[in-house]
Design a protein around this ligand. Structure first.
Ligand code: PBG
Length: 350
């Protein structure tokens, strides 16, 4: 439309009523909004967490995470290929074993479901994407804790580090490019780095779960990995009331050799993400966890929020808060939207 001049008003005399600063000027057209937009979302910023389950013939739905599947090896490969074709930056693999025990034996078995899945992905995809592995025992233990227990039933930090070292080596041998130690044991990054280097895996990188909170938002993940936790994780995951200890964990992880660091959950902890992003000398990721996914899906299914906009807005919020990359169960789908080019009504998200 043709430019129009300002309407004359009687308010001109009072500067409060006739603002000199008009931020709306930079919002007036799609073109000017595009020109001044600070943050963007790209497919390669997104990492897709995936589940591979042992002993199933066909992929299984996860009730509390509609749209997410527990994969067979074959369906895993197909979904991984699709995500990579859409341009996602990486895949984070979790295993769902048939049998669990006190020490999580399946985690270190080269024929265990996670190690087999990693080997298959590396064989099929080579270096076309970054293949990441969850380095943690909770999917493999019958008590559901992230480590092994001592005689009193408490999670034994240092005995767990020994298991993590073995697990990391099994994952590196299987072909993982990057490991994500998510158990919040003290010293886990140094212990794993040392084990990897001693076997020559100096190029396998570590994506440290640096600030990971004892969160209710992990709820649906328990369904996803068939885990029933005995007790809770408050002796090793961070207290939701605390911000400062995230910076202490950051210092330790970086000193121990973390290549990237992560904040998790995502949206409820954007303040922590911002603090970590400002202080970190290494790239920072955010994990939009299972409960966040479930909330968006449930609200969208009810017609209470616009699904596409809510997904994209939440992912862009992580970028604005300082995340270099974002783990999200929407990664493949969102990458598909971005790949096709977003329509005008979603223009602010790309
Ligand atoms: C631990 C791990 C968990 C998640 C990622 N890694 C579970 C937990 O710590 O309770 C949760 C991810 C999610 O909720 O999406 N292996």
């Amino acid at each position: 439309s043709a430019p129009t001049g300002a309407t004359s008003t009687a308010l001109g005399a009072n500067p409060l009523l006739s603002p000199i600063d008009r931020p709306r000027r930079l919002r007036a057209t799609g073109a000017v909004r595009a020109l001044v937009r600070e943050h963007t979302l790209r497919s390669r910023d997104l990492i897709l967490p995936m589940f591979v389950r042992e002993g199933i013939e066909t992929a299984q739905p996860i009730a509390s995470m509609p749209g997410v599947l527990q994969h067979t090896e074959d369906s895993l490969v197909a979904a991984a290929r699709e995500a990579v074709e859409r341009g996602v930056g990486g895949l984070m693999l979790f295993g769902v074993p048939e049998a669990k025990d006190a020490v999580g034996s399946g985690a270190t078995d080269p024929a265990g479901v996670l190690n087999r899945g990693l080997a298959r992905l590396r064989e099929e995809l080579g270096d076309a994407t970054v293949i990441m592995a969850d380095t943690c025992l909770d999917e493999f233990t019958d008590h559901g804790h992230c480590g092994v227990l001592d005689a009193r039933g408490a999670v034994d930090n240092d005995a767990t580090l020994e298991r993590y070292r073995e697990m990391a080596l099994a994952q590196a041998r299987a072909g993982a490019h990057m490991l994500g130690p998510s158990g919040m044991m003290d010293g886990q990054i140094a212990a794993i780095r040392d084990a990897l280097d001693a076997e020559g895996f100096t190029d396998v990188s570590l994506f440290a779960y640096t600030a990971k909170y004892a969160s209710a938002f992990f709820g649906p993940f328990r369904d996803a990995v068939g885990s029933s936790l005995q007790g809770d994780r408050r002796t090793y995951q961070q207290d939701p009331a605390n911000g400062r200890e995230a910076l202490r964990e950051l210092e330790l992880d970086v000193a121990e050799g973390a290549d990237l660091v992560m904040v998790k959950p995502g949206l409820p902890y954007l303040d922590v993400l911002r603090d970590v992003a400002q202080a970190s000398p290494v790239p920072v990721g955010a994990y939009q966890v299972s409960g966040e996914y479930a909330m968006i899906e449930a609200a969208a299914a009810n017609g209470w929020v616009d699904r596409e906009r809510t997904v994209l807005e939440s992912l862009l919020a992580f970028r604005r808060a300082g995340a270099t990359c974002v783990l999200t169960y929407h990664a493949s789908e969102a990458a598909g939207w971005l790949q096709g080019g977003l329509p005008e009504h979603l223009a602010e998200f790309a």
